[in-house]
Design a protein around this ligand. Structure first.
Ligand code: NAG
Ligand code: NAG
Ligand code: NAG
Length: 332
């Protein structure tokens, strides 16, 4: 009707085109429905105030749509005390999700939601600083695009599933600060990434470190504060570009004098173990060594002179069996 009152319909046509382009809903209706279900499952917490049904869900806080397909590819719900309850099953209804992050949600409880098994495009999974519990599910190993898994600071218990080593693209695995028990799986020697990150510290892992880990190209390893025993020399080796190794506060017992270190080593912490033997002279060649601690072990003999080794103070070396030489007292 309005059109008829105008001399020319053209300006109005342009107006309609402009209106359509700027206000058309880009968000996929199924994705929107899933997100609104997630919001409802979390009792419409204030965190989700921008998730308004009448607005394009690609504009909502905490979500990201793909530029071309406009499907939801990232959901990042972080740092909120009000969000409580379990991970809603509706997260499984976002089939194009590549990144799922649930971080610093102290009142998030219950298991790792089984519906996550449906997220076959997932590359990045981060459920950390929460109170989720139960075991780490086997189904993660079927999400073959995963490159990054972080399940830190939670109430997870039980054994680490050995099937995780089947993930062909995994580069980063962080399962620290939970209540995990049992062995480090032997299969973890199968990780193929160039520069693998493995963080399993602050758990209750026990037994021997599998010798298969000698095959992994570690960039950074932290197995500290567990109950691991026996040999750990397979973690080291000149063939790697490892820059960080923290094995402190375990029950490890091996001859340090036989270990060959990566030349790129930047941080080495072995404090509170039962490591014996002497420090190998090769350690003076570790020119990147910046942080170093072998205190509270059973090491003996002269600290090799040179390189970075005399730049560390007494507290990097103290409480050993008979370690001597600078910075400790000179050998008798
Ligand atoms: C788990 O819940 C307890 C008790 O509510 C809380 O003190 C703790 O911070 C929570 N843990 C995490 C990692 O959020
Ligand atoms: C954490 O796990 C323990 C048992 O391992 C359980 O008693 C406790 O309720 C759990 N905490 C939360 C917040 O789920
Ligand atoms: C090495 O570890 C011991 C034991 O935790 C600690 O007391 C000492 O301060 C550490 N040394 C350095 C240089 O951080």
């Amino acid at each position: 009707m309005l059109v008829l009152t105008l001399k020319s319909p053209l300006p109005l046509l342009f107006f309609f085109i402009f209106f359509t382009i700027s206000f058309a809903e880009l968000c996929n209706p199924n994705d929107k429905k899933a997100l609104l279900n997630i919001k409802k499952a979390f009792n419409n917490a204030y965190y989700f105030a921008s998730w308004k049904p009448e607005e394009d869900c690609c504009t909502w806080y905490s979500v990201e749509c793909d530029e071309n397909s406009h499907r939801i590819i990232s959901l990042d719900i972080s740092t909120d005390n009000e969000i409580s309850g379990q991970i809603p099953p509706y997260v499984g209804d976002l089939p194009f999700l590549q990144s799922l992050m649930l971080h610093k949600l102290p009142n998030l409880v219950g298991p790792i939601q089984p519906a996550i098994a449906k997220l076959h495009n997932l590359k990045h999974l981060d459920i950390s600083w929460t109170n989720i519990s139960g075991t780490i599910p086997d189904f993660l190993s079927s999400l073959s695009k995963l490159t990054y898994i972080r399940l830190s600071f939670s109430n997870l218990s039980g054994a680490i599933p050995s099937s995780l080593s089947k993930l062909p693209n995994l580069e980063f695995l962080q399962l620290d600060r939970s209540k995990l028990t049992g062995l480090i799986p032997y299969s973890f020697g199968d990780f193929k990434a160039k520069g693998f990150y493995l963080y399993l510290s602050h758990n209750k892992l026990s037994g021997k470190i599998p010798p298969s880990l000698s095959r992994v190209d570690f960039e950074s390893v932290d197995l500290s504060r567990n109950k691991l025993e026996g040999d750990a020399s397979m973690i080291f080796g000149a063939h790697r570009n490892t820059w960080k190794v923290d094995l402190s506060r375990n029950l490890l017992e091996f001859d340090m004098s036989k270990v060959v270190f990566s030349r790129s080593l930047f941080m080495l912490d072995l404090n509170h173990n039962k490591i014996f033997g002497g420090l190998p002279p090769q350690m003076t060649k570790l020119s990147n060594l910046n942080s170093f601690n072998v205190s509270y072990n059973r090491l003996c003999g002269q600290i090799p002179k040179g390189g970075e080794l005399q730049r560390f103070d007494v507290y990097s070396y103290f409480h050993n069996k008979c370690l001597c030489g600078a910075p400790l007292e000179s050998c008798k």
